[in-house]
Design a protein around this ligand. Structure first.
Ligand SMILES: [Zn+2]
Length: 153
């Protein structure tokens, strides 16, 4: 149960970061896409919602990569929040059970934790740390993709 208490702490930390960023960061055009994402997931089957959420997560990862390459910290705030939201949606809506669910939950937690580190580094404007944390995030997203797509295992 060490893992779940760690997860609670990191979720609380993420919320604190999200709140502080929301007040600090200017509204970005990126936010306009959120309504679109909700529209896509409305009324669709669970697997469709999960795949939409996965697409959102991948787009957010690309946004983070672009922002990191440009050494712009502001877009990373919004993109990481979108990424974490999409990953949470995948965790809630995937139909996995048993050992598959355990593996998928673990992969999602790892990706969320890695994205938080990228976000924290961006808040500190430490782009060396953004780059190294981003590599971990890319690796965890790759592992998560394999969990979501059993054919690719
Ligand atoms: Zn931030």
């Amino acid at each position: 149960m060490k893992n779940s208490s760690f997860h609670r702490r990191s979720t609380a930390l993420l919320s604190a970061i999200a709140v502080s960023c929301f007040t600090a960061a200017p509204l970005s055009p990126v936010l306009a896409h959120e309504g679109e994402d909700q529209k896509h997931s409305h009324g669709t089957a669970a697997s469709g919602s999960v795949m939409d959420a996965w697409k959102t997560a991948q787009q957010s990862l690309k946004g983070i990569e672009t922002a990191a390459a440009a050494k712009e910290h502001a877009p990373i705030h919004d993109e990481q929040e979108k990424l974490a939201g999409a990953l949470k949606q995948i965790q809630e809506q995937n139909g996995a059970t048993g050992a598959d669910k355990t593996r998928l939950d673990g992969a999602i937690k790892n990706a969320v934790t890695a994205s938080e580190k990228v976000h924290t580094a961006a808040d500190e404007k430490d782009f060396a740390k953004v780059d190294s944390s981003l590599k971990t995030l890319q690796a965890t997203m790759g592992l998560l993709e394999k969990q979501l797509n059993p054919a690719a295992k």
